[in-house]
Design a protein around this ligand. Sequence first.
Ligand code: SAH
Length: 277
Amino acid sequence: MYNDEGIVMLQLYAQHITTMNNENITTIHEFDFNLICEFFLHLERQGPGSPEVTRKALSFIDNLTAKSLIADIGCGTGGQTMTLATHAPGNITGFDLFPEFINLFNANAAKLNLQDRVKGVVRSMDDLPFGDEELDLIWSEGAIYNIGFERGLNEWRKFLKTGGYIAVSESSWFTEKRPSEIENYCMPHFPEMDTISNKVAIIEKAGYIPVATFILPVTCWTDHYFTPMIKVQEMFLNQHKGNKAVEKFVELQRYDAEIYRKYNEFYGYVFYIGKKI
Ligand code: SAH
């Protein structure tokens, strides 16, 4: 049912807006990009998470001052960035590939009167505009998989000052073994998906002290991600009546939510916080 190439590609883009290291990118029709952007613009977040979780991750970080420089990579429309900015000092730059997300990000910052220290920039995460040792903190919720977990940790490290922090959330396995249905569903999209202990080993190998890891509560997926989507899905289906791509897109999102409900003991998002040594 889900192995038609067009559907799989939409699935990749719809659920996770994967854009890098994917040869299929060149075959995606422009309309599909617009469609996906349009959909996610209606949502506060483009991935699982919550203000409480952002604050919890922030509680492990102790080096910030008004002069700190922070990058939020794969920031989307800035749901987590605004939480970060209201609870931490310093200047934050959000980076995302989609101009529409960045426009809304900057409008959101202005609404909260944060525009002087929170700015969104259209830029790819593999081409960040920083020199060595400039940043105090790198933040990235639900986005590092686009460059690759290991590659992102390695390549972004040089931008951090010694003693600086990296905080990322990433899909992970909670158990050593899991049912094949869920393994087969996730692995093609997230080839680096691994257990928490293996992820921590990668953090250590990349030159960080693993300061903390914690599993995001189920409500980060349900209340903060899947549930707000329901209204937007209905609106979207109404607006694009008879559009097969839209119907598939929504069908896949619903399937994604169903899979999560069935298997959330086995996988989910984990926050990883590391300190550069
Ligand atoms: N951090 C946000 C968005 C997560 S979704 C949240 O938690 O709500 C992943 C985000 O990564 C999307 O906004 C997507 O547009 C962005 N993205 C994908 N590839 C990217 C790239 N190469 N460079 C920068 N951002 C990218």
